[in-house]
Each structure stands twice: as C-alpha cells, then as structure tokens.
Design a protein around this ligand. Structure first.
Ligand SMILES: [Zn+2]
Length: 304
C-alpha cells in the first residue's frame, strides 16, 4: 500500500519535479487543441488536430517538449500521431523530429525548411548541444530533416471529418514558413511568421517581404490564430505583426544616412505588443537588408 502511494505521488509530482511548466492544453474547436509550450524552457507552442483515424501535430518543438507532448497527447485522443509538421527550421520548433519518426510518425514541412536545415545545420544543432540538456541527451549530431516536403503553395490532408491545408505563402520570417489552415473551422496556425508578443527572430527573414506574406495569411479570414509563441487570439495577431514589421522597416529606412549604431526608432502605440526593450538587433538586421538590397536571410549571418 505504502509503495502504491509513493508511486501515485511520484506520478502526480513528476511534472513539477521535472521542471515542466507548459500550460494545460486548450480546446480550440472539437478535435483541435492548442498546447502552449513553456517559454522559459525555450519551447514553442504546438497544435494537435484530430482526424478520423489519426492525429496531426503542428511543431514538435525541442526534444524535451516532444517528450511532454508524447505524455499529454494520449489524454486528448487515443489516435496515433501520424503527421508532424515543422512550421519552420528553427530548433525550438523542429528538434523533436527524430523522436516522432522513431514513434512511427511522418515529419512534414514546406521545401524551404529542408533547404534552411541544409544551409544552417548541423552548426545550430551543435550549438544547442552545448546549451541544452534535452538536445544533448538525444545523442544525435544533427537535426533530422522532415521526411516529406512539399513544393508549391499547398499540401492537403482530407478525410470525412475535416480538411487540413499546409500552406507556403512566401519567404517571410524564414524561407520555409509553413502555415496550417483549417478552412472549415477558420483556424490558422502561423508558426513564428506571426507571434503574440516581443518574440520575433529576424536572422533568416526577408523582412521587406514578410508583411506581404502575412497579408496573404490574413486574407484567408481566420477567426482563430494560433501563433508559434504567446497566447492564441484572432486575426489581429497576423495584421498587428505585419503592421509592426512595416512600421519598423519604414523607421529604419528613413535613417539609412546614419551609421546603424545611431539609428533609433520610436514606434506607434499599435506596435507595442511586438516592441522589445532593446530593439538594436531588429534594427541591425533591417538596416543590413535595406543596405544590401536583398533579404537579411540571404546575407552571410550566424545564429545569435
Ligand atoms: Zn520559435
């Protein structure tokens, strides 16, 4: 009896003992859950979509988060995870790939994700090994590339319960940004092309084109937007993200006669959700893009 009690208590306490602070899954629509990852652990948000016979997971995040998801998802649905979609190549979204392949799922992404991984990996993976126990613990030396990539603008999964569209709308936050669109439910998963809060990463971006891509996403008419980081919301996450990028770009462009270190921006109140206390990195990336006349992500750069 005492032993049973210890086992039960250990089970209850384990998530806290392990340090996992990811939020409880939120039901967004029947069979669609938003799983907010623990930002302090560097995790992104994930989404689970239930189909007739299987589940789709959007963004496996880091290996540590994938392990949490593997424990949490069976409580949502007993169906197997068949497809795992990387919204882009960054480690906080894709480094759990290999664990899902081992579990029998098929990883999927827009073709640009594999291209970015081939460009930037395994350098970034090696850097993550030095910083993160969960990546180190995999014993792998490189991120596993998505097993299936789609070219063009759309890859569709459809059964009698629903349709899931995986969309590529252009080079914005990265070359491979994939959006997940549920046309019937009007739910849009944006990955980090649109985040809710000051969480943008611009190293790999085409900053000038990014808001134009977001315009296409907003034009789908989503009622619910599930971002890669931060809380879920409505289309204002997408339109606000686009406006912030436009305002910042215009502010930097107006000061190109100054050295980059002298460029200062004061953005309108509408951009407050995306403004960081220190904007120098964003400014530097935009300045470099405008000066070179080509996407920041196409210029020589390292992960910072
Ligand atoms: Zn991210």
């Amino acid at each position: 009896m005492r032993r049973l009690l210890v086992v039960l208590l250990a089970g209850l306490l384990m998530p806290w003992v392990m340090g996992a602070q990811s939020a409880a899954p939120k039901l967004v629509a029947p069979g669609v859950w938003f799983l907010e990852g623990d930002a302090h652990a560097g995790y992104c948000n994930s989404i689970v979509i239930e189909m007739e016979r299987y589940l789709v997971l959007v963004d496996p995040s880091y290996p540590g988060r994938t392990k949490e998801l593997m424990a949490e998802i069976p409580a949502l649905s007993k169906k197997p995870v068949k497809w795992v979609f990387d919204t882009h190549a960054h480690g906080d979204h894709s480094y759990g790939n290999a664990l899902w392949t081992q579990a029998g799922a098929t990883t999927l992404a827009a073709a640009g994700v594999r291209k970015e991984m081939d460009l930037y990996e395994p350098t970034r993976w090696q850097s993550a090994i030095s910083k993160r126990e969960d990546v180190r613990a995999t014993d792998a030396r490189d991120v596993e590339r998505p097993k299936v990539v789609f070219r063009g603008s759309k890859f569709v999964l459809r059964d009698k319960t629903r349709e899931v569209d995986f969309l590529y709308l252009g080079w914005g936050h990265t070359r491979g940004d994939g959006y997940v669109w549920l046309p019937k439910e009007k739910i849009l998963c944006t990955g980090d092309a649109a985040v809710n809060g000051p969480r943008n990463k611009m190293w790999d971006a085409d900053v000038a084109n990014w808001p134009r891509v977001l315009d296409k996403a907003a034009a789908l008419g989503p009622n619910v937007v599930l971002p890669g980081h931060g809380d879920m919301g409505g289309v204002e996450i997408v339109t606000g993200q686009a406006q912030f990028l436009r305002d910042l770009y215009a502010a930097v462009k107006a000061q190109m006669d100054l050295p980059v270190s002298d460029v200062k921006v004061s953005l309108p109140e509408r951009d407050a959700n995306w403004v960081r206390p220190d904007m120098s990195q964003h400014i530097g990336i935009m300045y470099a893009e405008i000066k070179a006349g080509k996407p920041a992500g196409a210029l020589p750069h390292t992960w910072q």
